[in-house]
Each structure stands twice: as structure tokens, then as C-alpha cells.
Design a protein around this ligand. Structure first.
Ligand SMILES: Cc1cc2nc3c(=O)[nH]c(=O)nc-3n(C[C@H](O)[C@H](O)[C@H](O)COP(=O)(O)OP(=O)(O)OC[C@H]3O[C@@H](n4cnc5c(N)ncnc54)[C@H](O)[C@@H]3O)c2cc1C
Length: 478
């Protein structure tokens, strides 16, 4: 289906979290707006987000959470090795609380605000998840009918006239038919490139153990369209790793998102070993899921080792450590034993059980495993991890069979970078000047916030940025 009109003040490409926030902002300004979405459903990966970043929001004021924005900015710039744009990050941080308040006033409900692992207390958790927030945005747009939304319609090519954006070619995904739409302003909100294996491969140390947990539609369309009209190809390669994830090539990774075995093997990790059965890192690296992803990818294979007493403890007594805003129950992994027996019955490749350490080592061909576990238990007994410095309270012995090994890969939620924008979210060319009429928001522009590693230290930062940048771009469009 094609849009009703042939000309609009503004076309927004992508109806995910950033595109829909931009659409509501455009409606507030009475702009004649078209939103096109290549999928059949709306909301993109916005449907799956847990929470959004904000500083000085109504909720933080209620909870007496005070954050010094300048200290936060300094911290994040250092984390990014000064590869993030200081002015852009500053504008985002300074407006982020206001953005949360705007969403709240629209009717988006937040369950809580706080930290995720070792982080700033910035993540505002959506009540009902991102899907509930998307529903609120859509209900605003449907109420007034000022903004037209067309699904199964993708952007194919951007058009320019005398150097200024003049429209785009769109394609009906069902029929392949194309049409030209005129517009002097186009916002790219296509969700980044995590689902484009060629781009991911070109920009990071790719292995088959990397698994996208996105909806499959973030194929880097926005940046590729923009590059064709002169946009700079800017800073790619920062991936929002979801940390360790169950490595199963036979099912889509989201199947394990609420898995208690995944929590036990990744966020409650006791011992991680590599393809030789050697320990290679302080497992508490999982306090920062992107650093955990980085560490796992330094090895050819990674197994999380558990024994029966750790399983019993997690199932019956409770967790060893807090697990941030994970959707899994924060008290006990009371479904863990059922999950394990279910997987063993299915003979899944990622889970191996053995009565002894020797048997586990033989089954998985991990020659150093026995020595590693003996040495690890020794460190536990001494109460000091003189190898990698794991906190004493998380040093837990592995002594009681049966023993379990869960093979880990790394989940990828989104890929940031590809386009450079100014403080109005206008797309810049390689000389640092705007491509007139072209804007990028959400993941398509979020490379401005990071260095080589996504900043989990500022949790909720891509969702918060999706909302902030959507509004920010619309402010300068008339
Ligand atoms: C499982 C999961 C959990 C996450 N949790 C969080 C979280 O808790 N906090 C956080 O900050 N971030 C989280 N993220 C990151 C998330 O990607 C962003 O926060 C948010 O969705 C970014 O919004 P966006 O608009 O850029 O992308 P999206 O919301 O994905 O929207 C992009 C839209 O553009 C459409 N599109 C693509 N190409 C075209 C085209 N050519 N034409 C038309 N339409 C097109 C897509 O179909 C999609 O609907 C999570 C991601 C995943 C996958």
C-alpha cells in the first residue's frame, strides 16, 4: 500500500522507538508527516527494551537520586576514550531527564529507576516493557490522525535537488512496486546495522559465536541510503553486547532471553573456561555486559562450569549476586532444575552433564579442566583470587557432581555508528557540514555517544537516545 499523498513536510523512515518519538514530536508541531515502516508490525526493537536512560527525571527526583551531569559526562568520555562526541553527549545527558518526563506525560509508565550492574543509576524501566511504551506512542498518533503511518513500505533511495534533500523512492514490500514521495526533510530512524552480517563483519572481530537478538530488520538501510547522498561513513564497530549468551545455532537467540540456565551460566557465573579448559578472566566482568562480551570473544570457545551444589544454591537458596534489571526473577532460579532436565532430554549441544570433572573434560575435550578446577577450588579455600581478582563473596567452590558445562556465545542487541550528526541530529558529510534536509536518529546516529565499546555504564542509553534524538531532530524542522 502507498501513502495517501505524494508530498509531505517530513518523512520518517522507520517506525521503531526513535521514529515513533519523532512522529509524536512532529504531530505536536503540526507537521504534515509520513512514517514508513518496512516491516509488517510497528515498534522495531523498541518493543523489547527494558528501559531508557535519564538524568534528573521526575522519578529520580522522587527517589532522591542526584547525578552530577558534568561528572557523568567526564566519566562517559573517559570510558569512550574520548571517541564519543562531547557536545552531543552533553546535549543528550542534559535533556535526558526532560525526555523521560515527556514520555511520562504522554502516558508511558515507568516501574523503577536504578542501576544495571556497576553503573550510573540512569535506567528507567518501562512498566510492561518497551512494547507498552510503543503502544502509548501509537495511541497518540492514532488519536489525531495527523501523522500517516504506512507499513510494508521501505525506503530505497534518497533524492536531492540542488544539494538539498527533495524526497525519496519507496517500495511496497509486498509487490515490489516503487513510487516517489516528495519531502524537504527526511529523518532516518532505521535502527542501525546489527542484522547486516557484511557490515558487522567488516567492522568488528566477527565470529559465528556472535548472535543478534534484534528483530532482524536492523540491516543498516539508513546509513547506506545516506552514504549514497554524500554522508560521512563514521565510526562503526561499537556493538551493544548482551554479554554471554547460550550458544545454540539451531534456535533464535531470543528463545533464551528469559532462561534461568542462561542467568546461571552468564550473570551468576561461577567459573568460565576456554576451549582448553583454562580460566581466562574474572567472571565478575559480567557486571558490564559489553566487557563480558569482549572477554568471551578473546577465546575460541567458552564454557560456563557449574556443579550440583551451585545449581541447588541458585534454585533453592537464591542468587549469588544482583542481576540488574534482568527480566528473570531476582530471588531464586526456581525453574533452573526443570530447565536443565528438559534440555538434557532434548540432547541440546550447548549443555553437557557429567558425573565427574574428568568425564566432563573428556566429553568436551578440555585437557586443562581438571587442573583449572583444582586450582580454582584452592583459591576459593584461601578466599583470595590471586589470579584475576574476583570478589571474595563470589568465590564459590565446584566440588559436587554432577558437573555441567554450558557453551557460551555473545548476544548482540544493536550496532551503533555509521553516521555523524550535529547537535540538531542533521547528518554530516565528510567535511563536517550538514546534508541539508537529512536527519538521523536512534541507533542510526548513536555512534556519536560511544567509542569502541557500548557504554553499559550509562544503562538505557540507546533507548533514551532514541527518544531524545527523535524530538531533537524535529525541533529544527518547520
Ligand atoms: C532484545 C533487545 C533489548 C534491548 N534493550 C534495550 C534496553 O533495555 N535499553 C536500551 O537503551 N536499549 C535496548 N536495546 C537497543 C534498542 O535497539 C534501542 O534502544 C531502540 O530500539 C533503538 O531505536 P531505533 O528506533 O533506533 O531502532 P528500532 O526500534 O529497531 O526501529 C527501527 C525501525 O526501522 C525499520 N526500518 C529499517 N530499515 C527500514 C527501511 N529501509 N525502510 C523503512 N523502515 C525501516 C525497522 O523495521 C524498525 O521497525 C535493546 C535491543 C534489543 C534487540
Amino acid at each position: 500500500m502507498f501513502p495517501k499523498d505524494n508530498e509531505y513536510d517530513l518523512v520518517i523512515v522507520g517506525a521503531g522507538l526513535s521514529g515513533l518519538c519523532a512522529a509524536v514530536a512532529a504531530q505536536e508541531k503540526n507537521l504534515h508527516t509520513l512514517v514508513i515502516e518496512k516491516g509488517r508490525s510497528l515498534g522495531g526493537d523498541g518493543n523489547y527494551v527494558e528501559g531508557a536512560m535519564g538524568v534528573d527525571s521526575y522519578l529520580q527526583k522522587q527517589e532522591n537520586i542526584n547525578i552530577d551531569p558534568v561528572e557523568l559526562l567526564q566519566d562517559e568520555l573517559q570510558y569512550s576514550h574520548y571517541e564519543a562526541s562531547a557536545p552531543h553527549l552533553k546535549k543528550y545527558i542534559d535533556d535526558s531527564g526532560n525526555t523521560i518526563d515527556w514520555l511520562h506525560q504522554l502516558g508511558v509508565k515507568f516501574a523503577k529507576v536504578g542501576k544495571q550492574g556497576k553503573s550510573w543509576p540512569t535506567i528507567h524501566t518501562f512498566e510492561g516493557g518497551g512494547h507498552a511504551a510503543i503502544k502509548v506512542l501509537l495511541s497518540h498518533l492514532q488519536e489525531n490522525n495527523l501523522v500517516e503511518i504506512v507499513t510494508s513500505l521501505s525506503a530505497q533511495k534518497l533524492l536531492k535537488n540542488n544539494g538539498h534533500i527533495s524526497g525519496l523512492i519507496v517500495m511496497d514490500e509486498a509487490t515490489g512496486e516503487e513510487r516517489e514521495i516528495k519531502a524537504n526533510n527526511i529523518i532516518l530512524a532505521t535502527g542501525g546495522y546489527v542484522d547486516n552480517p557484511a557490515l558487522v563483519k567488516r567492522h568488528i572481530n566477527f565470529t559465528s559465536r556472535l548472535m543478534s537478538v534484534s528483530d532482524g530488520k536492523s540491516t543498516g538501510d539508513g546509513m547506506q541510503l545516506a552514504w549514497q547522498v554524500g554522508a560521512d561513513q563514521y565510526r562503526m564497530g561499537a556493538i551493544q553486547y548482551g554479554g554471554g549468551a547460550i550458544y545454540d545455532k539451531t534456535r533464535p537467540p531470543f528463545v533464551y532471553m528469559a532462561s534461568q540456565l542462561a542467568v546461571a551460566a552468564t550473570q551468576e557465573a561461577i567459573l568460565w573456561v576456554n576451549e582448553r579448559g583454562e580460566r581466562f578472566v574474572n567472571e565478575d566482568v559480567n557486571d558490564n555486559m559489553c566487557h563480558a562480551g569482549d572477554a568471551i570473544l578473546t577465546q575460541a570457545r567458552v564454557f560456563s562450569i557449574l556443579d550440583q551444589s551451585t545449581i541447588d544454591h541458585l534454585a533453592n537458596v537464591g542468587l549469588y549476586k544482583e542481576i540488574g534489571n534482568s527480566p528473570v526473577s531476582p530471588d531464586k532460579l526456581d525453574n533452573l532444575k526443570d530447565e536443565i532436565s528438559g534440555y538434557l532430554k532434548q540432547h541440546v549441544k550447548f549443555l553437557t552433564q557429567a558425573d565427574s570433572v574428568n568425564e566432563l573434560a573428556t566429553k568436551l575435550n578440555l585437557p586443562e579442566l581438571k587442573d583449572t578446577i583444582e586450582h580454582y577450588n584452592d583459591l576459593v579455600q584461601k578466599g583470595q583470587d590471586t589470579d584475576f581478582g574476583k570478589a571474595k563473596e563470589y568465590l564459590t567452590p565446584l566440588e559436587q557432581g554432577p558437573y555441567y558445562a554450558v557453551e557460551l556465545g555473545v548476544g548482540m542487541a544493536c550496532a551503533l555508528g555509521g553516521l555523524k550528526v550535529d547537535n540538531q541530529n542533521q547528518v554530516l558529510n565528510s567535511h563536517g557540514y550538514p546534508v541539508p534536509g537529512l536527519f538521523a536518529i536512534g541507533n542510526d546516529a548513536a555512534g556519536m555517544l560511544v567509542g569502541d565499546t557500548y557504554a553499559v555504564t550509562l544503562p538505557g542509553s540507546t533507548a533514551g537516545y532514541a527518544a531524545f534524538s527523535g524530538r531533537n531532530a524535529v525541533k529544527s524542522i518547520n
